[in-house]
Design a protein around this ligand. Structure first.
Ligand code: HAM
Length: 436
């Protein structure tokens, strides 16, 4: 009987694993330099945690089951509700603002397609306990910092920034009732993803009056903030306040050096139901792939989960689209694993000396391996090359040959000298090569 991996999951063979580690290591490095500390939660949560406020789309994609005690559980499709639950549990002892990040493994029963899987990793960066738009700027800056670290430029990726309050204002002006708001927002979120006729149908089904649709689309297509204000007919104090926040956000981002990556775009609505303020998604500049990341402000979620009213904002960046983007742009670094040295049995039948040397080098922090088979020096050298070793250390009766496998240069050292301190010798050689 032969088994395949489950649909929408991935096997991480070593080369794939190296790539995954490159992404997660970079996420962790960038989080740390932006002042975020790491947390994690369980993969399993009570189903209710997600059905309360994440929205119908994500609930329809849950892997859920009933355990033997009759409890309805779900495998986490996102970590934001877990974050809200965890912060609520310790809200009085946590100094605010809370700057936390996480790299959870997530599960969504999606129809697998390019960039969409059933199991994936997602970098989450969130600030909790600040109503200031500076917190949104911090999160967006951290995302941009990561893209820059991965050598993606504003020609490669763009952060599109929208606003839930302004979108809600446009929908209210169009006659959408607050009770239908969540569905109407979900329909607008689909606009860039479906043909116009399908969107018109979705909008009608969501309770957006047909005669208001043109005006709402004009609002979404507005090119700058004054056009946004015009489309809303000036709006009230709430609209002016939100426009002011977007202005400050763009100023902060420009001030931090991330302005070139960011653009206002009222077509960004977001699919999750809990967003309350500024929202954003990151796309490839050519707009040929799904979103690399998405996030925004969710000021009510903690309160909804029984906590105090504290502001929260953040984003999630998935590994799948990012990997496609980096591959397409040729931006993945050389991730092939290598060894510092490969110890070669040059005299035949001296595994004791080889093993002693291997042990000492490894304990000294030099990545070392040797051939598991007793075979001719030529074959061992071939293996050393195949294993991507930088040096071969050929152990003979009286000398040790240290061979640079890139240049072919070889130095022979009397064995007693080499064995005095092989770690220092190899560390010196490796460092010299680095300096070249
Ligand atoms: P999301 O938009 O559902 O937001 O996901 C964010 C990113 O995760 C997407 O842009 C995409 O790159 C990746 N992603 C989502 N679903 C899949 C999938 N099935 N396969 C591969 N990648 C996927 C959230 O999850 C929010 N909780 C983010 C957030 C954090 N908002 C505030 N804080």
């Amino acid at each position: 009987m032969r088994f395949k991996a489950v649909k929408g999951t991935r096997d991480f063979y070593p080369d794939r694993m190296a790539l995954r580690n490159y992404l997660t290591d970079t996420w962790r490095k960038v989080s740390a330099r932006n002042g975020f500390v790491e947390f994690d939660g369980p993969v399993l949560e009570y189903l209710d945690l997600f059905s309360v406020k994440s929205g119908d789309e994500i609930v329809s994609q849950l892997f859920s089951f009933t355990d033997r005690g009759g409890r309805a559980l779900a495998m986490r499709p996102e970590i934001t509700p877990t974050l809200a639950r965890m912060v609520n549990a310790q809200i009085n002892s946590l100094p605010r603002p809370i700057k936390w990040f996480s790299v959870p493994r997530l599960f969504r029963a999606e129809n697998p397609q390019k960039g969409r899987l059933r199991e994936f990793f997602q970098w989450n960066v969130d600030v909790i306990g600040s109503d200031d738009v500076l917190a949104d700027a911090e999160c967006i800056f951290t995302a941009v910092d990561c893209l820059g670290e991965m050598e993606l430029s504003p020609q490669d990726v763009v952060v599109r920034i929208g606003s839930r309050p302004l979108t809600v204002a446009a929908l209210r002006q169009g006659g959408v009732d607050d009770s239908a708001m969540e569905t109407a927002l979900a329909a607008l979120d689909k606009r860039p993803k479906v043909p116009p006729e399908a969107f018109a149908e979705l909008a009608a089904a969501a309770g957006i009056p047909a005669e208001a649709l043109g005006k709402i689309c004009d609002f979404q297509d507005a090119k700058d903030l004054s056009a946004v204000a015009d489309a809303l007919g000036g709006g009230g104090a709430e609209v002016a306040d939100e426009i002011g926040k977007l202005e400050s956000l763009m100023e902060y981002l420009a001030g931090m050096g991330a302005g070139d990556y960011c653009r206002l775009d009222m077509r960004i609505v977001r699919g999750l139901a809990y967003y309350t303020g500024i929202v954003y998604e990151i796309f490839d500049a050519a707009n040929s792939l799904r979103a690399v990341a998405g996030g925004g402000r969710y000021d009510n979620l903690l309160q909804l989960f029984g906590g105090p009213a504290v502001g929260a904002t953040g984003f999630g960046m998935g590994d799948a689209v990012l990997e496609i983007l980096l591959t397409e742009k040729g931006k993945l670094p050389d991730l092939s694993a290598g060894l510092d040295c490969f110890v070669i049995d040059g005299g035949g039948g001296l595994p004791k000396k080889v093993l002693e040397l291997v042990g000492r080098l490894r304990r000294g922090g030099i990545a070392t391996d040797f051939s598991a088979k007793r075979q001719a020096v030529g074959k061992q050298l071939k293996e050393a090359n195949r294993r991507n070793a930088r040096y071969a250390v050929i152990v003979r009766d009286d000398t040790v040959g240290v061979k640079n496998l890139t240049t072919g240069e070889q130095t022979d050292v009397p064995i007693e000298d080499f064995l005095e301190n092989p770690v220092a010798y190899m560390a010196g050689v490796l460092e010299q090569e680095l300096r070249k």
